[in-house]
Ligand binder design. Sequence first.
Ligand code: FRU
Length: 665
Amino acid sequence: MIRTICFAMALTTAVSFADEPLFPNADFETGTLSGWTVDGEAFKVQPTKGDNSAVRNRESSNHEGEYWIGGYENYTGSVGKPGATRGDSLTGTLTSPQFTITKPYITFRIGGGDLPGQTGVRLLCDGAEVELASGVDSETMVKQSCDVAKFIGKTARLVIFDSATGGWGHINVDAFTATDQAVPDTTKAFAFTDEISPAAYPDTGYDQPFRPQFHFSSRKNWLNDPNGMVFDGEKYHLFFQHNPKGTGWGNMTWGHATSKDMVRWTQHDHALLPYRVDRRAGTIFSGTAVVDHNNSLGKQVGDTKTLCAFYTFAAKPNFYQAMAYSTDLGETWTYWNEGRAVVPNQGFDSGERDPKVFWHEASQRWVMVLWVQRNPGRVRFFTSKNLTDWEFASDLMRDWAFECMDLVFLPVDGDPTKVKCLIYDASFDYEIGTFDGKEFHSETEPLKISRGNFYAAQTFNHAPDGRVVQIGWMRGGPNAAQAYELPYNQQMSFPYELSLRTTSQGVRLNCWPIKEIESLTKRLHHIENVSLAGDSNALADISGLDLVDLTIEFEPGTATQVVFDLPGIAVRYDAKEQVLMHNGIDNEGQSHDYWTIDKIPPRDGVVQLRLLVDRMSLEAFAFGGETFGAHYFNPKLGPAKHSIHAVGGEAKIRRLELRELNSAW
Ligand code: FRU
């Protein structure tokens, strides 16, 4: 008798430690919904078969066996095709058969929308409704256990519910089992999402006919804002907003390139990748990088200074600012505190973003400038000693301020004893003033210097020789990949050196292409004192023009127009309107006449211009960089013949320098 009991106990123990299906077809492996009750539309075409989310280029589902519930999917093995979708808008419930709770945990896989109350799994037991879990804002399901010990012996049902119709409005589940032990909770741990390969397309070249030859573009796929621009003591880093999965915006990742001269770039593996932590999945929006010159973070290895990249973790429901650091000058990165906030959302806007961080020598502090609110515009300053604890310093209320703030110090007229502070936003509205370590004090009204496809610029931190060099994103134009069969879309501006000059109206900003452009010179042409009238063409003796850097001083004289027919683009100075015009392109690929720069009245009868022409972009600067415009054009519509000529009268070229450029690639 005693023996029998022992045997029975041993048997019970052995059985109870194995995972058991919670009820028949709790893993959907019949390939049907047998036993389950469908209400509404959301779960009508289920279970789905195979890794459909991966087939449609999203995260892998991480399902068990062959079948699972994928709320977004529309393939069952007999209905639909692999990768087909039903979308987020459908709602409904899927109710399980009745079962008895025999073990302390129900363990299952769950993914899809993290929308508690709207997408998830609930338990109906003993008159109670208990919400067990919601998704994780990723198609990849995670294994999760829920404690149901208090219901042991009771009968219950599960309800998989989806009442959400917007983004992430679907739920994924698989394999409900009864278990004695809980699986470790991995839903809070740091994990990369979206299965993005960091490899930066080593097989793609820059040799396509319309590919920019002296402007940075990603070897492949989409690019927007420059990020984390920093000089590490030897080379310049240009990180950038990048979609590694396509030629449109999305899946924001920091791409990475380095250069010794800001002109010739080498693209490296992507630096910062989308991840999930604390059940929040997010992508990596814009920010800055600093060299931790005094080891404030305490992570320095040997003599190599640590690079710290501050970025916006773009996650629902609220963005926050986070940091990653690299002890090998940007090759590998560690996400500080697993990518959690160094500056939490400040409660003004769910999209607070784009931290600019810099070292403020006078106060011996790191400073962060952060856009946090629109209407009224609010820019928040923080200070820190260790790069991880940030204290509120001040708010700057400015209605012009929106996204991608930058703040830099520049001498006025090159005088190092007269340093002023320049603050600007993504659309390059700016003010000049002083910064005392906590607060910006303005000395100008809001000003503007640029027009056209120029956005979200920033400057290199720790640049050598006290130079302040800026790169902007040339935003817009048609999708270059679709319009011109290119592997990429969007390019950066050429780097410009910033300076402050005293003018009759006060101190003003100037932007001018960096001198390193000269290292690309293939041929240099000088022309002086040439009259343009009738058929005379200042470029008559120059053939085979391709990439151009043209500086010119001319008198419009009696001409109504001075025309620059350059490779791919016709630019004309309209002497009556005193404006520079060109035939540009809009985001839909339509060509229109555009003002290249704001009004340019001659000074003492003279106009000074500089034009940079690459395969599909024109950058024009007036009077040494007092104003500029950066524009795209349709490279297929260029003038047949290259010329500089006058129309309607006589103009005079006082001085012209035309630099034919080599490719930087
Ligand atoms: C500016 C911007 C930033 C944001 C990023 C996202 O172009 O909207 O504010 O961080 O792009 O890609």
